[in-house]
Design a protein around this ligand. Structure first.
Ligand SMILES: [Zn+2]
Length: 60
């Protein structure tokens, strides 16, 4: 039951994001500006949205 944490690699210079780390940003051609960031799984917000949708549908 591992938490699904989405990882992304974002360039500090231009904000481009990549699925994998790389030394040079393809968008702005700057070296060593890409850093890894971890995002909380979006499943929570999606579940909330589904719950709200189902709730309103059931309530009405
Ligand atoms: Zn960049």
């Amino acid at each position: 039951m591992a938490k699904a944490i989405k990882r992304a690699f974002v360039c500090n210079e231009c904000g481009a994001d990549y699925p994998r780390w790389q030394g040079q940003c393809i968008a702005c051609h700057t070296w060593n500006t890409i850093t890894e960031i971890r995002l909380a799984a979006s499943s929570t917000s999606r579940a909330e949205r589904l719950n709200g949708y189902a709730g309103s549908a059931t309530g009405n």
